[in-house]
Design a protein around this ligand. Structure first.
Ligand code: FES
Ligand code: FES
Length: 158
């Protein structure tokens, strides 16, 4: 089957790739573009480890075809830090030790960033609901929630 040529934007960079018609965006990112930050946990849209944004909307990249990225804007965990400067969420996750194995972490960071971009003062309940689609087998979630709330407070200048 002929490959599909896709022209897209990833983390602000114009990007082109070839993919199989049935190849997921997650597999394109990891296998074709060597962007291995997005993780594969379940491949069925249940764990959130593969979370990226597509035109600003959170999606499970394991449920999106690479071809669907045509003429769209993709943001991945690789675009979160500004060079060597970590995003405040990344710094707070380290400060709060909000990760253990780290498999869930890229997806949670991408999702949490999207939350704080639309709500700079979420309640704990709002953070827990927002991140309900991102599963973590290690941390018990409390440190993750604290890190997100602490980041929100810091970014508000509280
Ligand atoms: S790998 Fe995509 S949701 Fe689990
Ligand atoms: S830190 Fe291991 S799954 Fe979350």
């Amino acid at each position: 089957m002929p490959k599909i040529h896709v022209t897209t934007t990833i983390n602000g960079d114009p990007t082109e790739f070839l993919c199989e018609p049935n190849q997921t965006l997650l597999d394109v990112l990891r296998d074709e573009l060597n962007m291995t930050g997005s993780k594969e946990g379940c491949s069925t849209g249940d764990c959130g480890a593969c979370t990226v944004t597509l035109d600003g909307r959170l999606v499970c990249s394991c449920l999106v075809l690479g071809a669907e990225a045509e003429s769209r804007e993709v943001e991945t965990i690789e675009g979160m830090a500004d060079g060597d400067a970590l995003h405040p969420l990344q710094a707070k996750f380290l400060e709060h030790a909000a990760l253990q194995c780290g498999i869930c972490t890229p997806g949670i960071l991408v999702a949490a960033k999207a939350l704080l971009e639309q709500n700079d003062n979420p309640t704990e309940t709002e953070v827990r609901y927002w991140l309900a689609g991102n599963l973590c087998r290690c941390t018990g979630y409390d440190k993750i929630i604290r890190a997100v709330l602490d980041t929100a407070a810091e970014m508000r200048g509280a």
